[in-house]
Design a protein around this ligand. Sequence first.
Ligand code: HDE
Length: 676
Amino acid sequence: MSNEMKNKKDQQLESFRVKDEGKKLTTNQGLKVSEDEFSLNAGDRGPTLMEDFHFREKMTHFDHERIPERIVHARGFAAHGEFEVYESAKEFTKAKFLQDPTVKTPVFVRFSTVGGSKGSAETVRDARGFATKFYTEEGNYDLVGNNIPVFFIQDAIKFPDLVHALKPEPHNEIPQAQSAHDTFWDFIANNQESAHMVMWAMSDRSIPRSFRMMEGFGVHTFRFVNEEGKAHFVKFHWKPVLGIHSLVWDEAQKVAGKDPDFHRRDLWESIENGDFPEYELGVQLISEEDEFAFDFDVLDPTKIWPEEDVPVKIIGKMTLNRNVDNVFAETEQVAFHPGHVVPGIDFTNDPLLQGRLFSYTDTQLIRLGGPNFHELPINRPVCPFHNNQRDGYGRQTINKGQVSYHKNSIAANTPAPASEEEGGYVHYQEKVEGRKVRTRSESFKDHFSQAKLFWNSMSDVEKDHIVEAFSFELGKVQNKSVQQQVIDMFANVTLDLAKPVAEAIGASAPTEGGSNVDKVSPALSQENSVKKPDTRKVGVILDQDFNGNEVKTVLDELKTQGIQPEFVSDKLGVKKGADGIEFEIDHTFLTGESVLFDALYVVGGKSLEQSFKEDAIYFIKEAFSHFKPIGATHGGISWLKEVEIVEKQGVVTGKDMKVFSQNFAGAIAEHRHWNR
Ligand code: HDE
């Protein structure tokens, strides 16, 4: 790509990119190195000499290559992209990047799990981080969100407690990247404001199929301020164009072993294939006058604003279109902060947000080693930046001149603050009054109504999954009292949940309780989400002597719908049809696994070996048990018959290849088929 075609951030990064291939090896001082396999020794059997500056430099650099991982969200993966607004949002905010539909703002998005270490598996049950850095002309704006719209706690002062309880227990460092243990659930039972978030965490939302198929939320209530100074409360939403889809729990656990990199691989490959992930940006707006018009406090981060009451206005779209060049330099060193705002976007008194405004810079100081992390290529704004800050570890810029203070006369009092008209950030002049107290308003104390709203809004299958998730998690808890406390806590939400879970874990089942909220918010159910076949992976199981022409017809048809077939067989290499058509095999039964596909297409063939059929049937049965679409033609149909999975929902067979392909693509679009 020519430099003119690149967006501003990409152009800026270009000046830092280095290509080492084809070059001579040098030290960091630029000295050409003549030998890189033997240290400098006193004699060919003697000790290494201190004098060996090349050895010392190489080893010292290596010894210092690790930086502290993020205390939360350590396991993450990122990509570059662009954001465009559909039409000006001028009525509500003066943020420049939300004004002009012809402007494309470069973005960098990092997705993450929360609890696990940097090397942990990606499909664990957890919230997902969804952090976006917009490189705007007015400075960097960070929307540091999650894929769940509420949070466990209402006040940031409890965050260290929450995270200590969630992380592996300190005495034995078990378990990794799991909430299914005593301390986490002990925290939950003793901090009942977490009830709503726990409902989401136990739902399918916390085992997403892909980063490309999950929503993002700013969680807190922010403020939009327009040119006239008028403010609105605002909540941010990212809506994935492919819809919201999840794995099933058994599958998620197996994928964690078979491919711990499942989500990053999916994102990386999609972008490499040109299937660019897209998300629409939505905003919910409440006018300042309506601050007290709802049955929740707009400042409470454990509450949603039901979309049916406060509609989500879609204002723009983000497209992720470029993978990083270097994960450490970009993904690891990117520093997000909810306090990175631009004029037109401001804060509210949400006590969780207020605490975050402190924590993020603080954490970068230890993680990135000092106050100059804004100079790292990935963190630099694309607009100019000037101030009187100097020095510190790793300083890059060479600030010229005598003056590094304000006010001054020597440099005509520059760099000078900008007026509001010149783009200077002016904080929204909210009136604040009060005594210094360590308390929380009564309006934050209803912990169960929205947890019940969430429950009411789930389909029967989603409810079953929540019961199963609680039964799994509490089933792993050793402490009987903690188990019982959690059951008693969720009896406040609904007995339909608390009772079956109590039975599953041998706790005593509550007989009374339950919130009387009967409201439903259909937007909360994934069943009502967009369903498309695009980018779904189909494992095509095939042996030899199949009808190559017909298989080709099916695959071509599936590909026109955006579906991606990959061949699975007993061996790698080429398999030949009876008509001489050949297909290159992508995975064997050993290297592939049904859990790594969205659907299976069983072609069969003239199976010569019993073991082939056994392996194929293992795949088929597992995919069926995970409610996946299964298609079969030719010999494949007889295999399905053998294991009695024909004429079931989402199992498509056929002799006319065109009709079969259409039906199968339809079944793939449905994602899962629960009624089997
Ligand atoms: Fe964070 N969070 N957080 N968080 N958070 C961090 O910052 C913190 C919260 C979120 O990909 C840390 O750079 C506090 C809510 C994401 O680099 C740290 C509180 C939401 C990421 C931190 C919260 C988030 C972080 C660790 C309670 C959703 C990953 C490393 C008030 C709106 C960003 C870092 C990335 C990361 C603190 C709660 C989202 C320690 C104190 C609520 C997506 O600063």
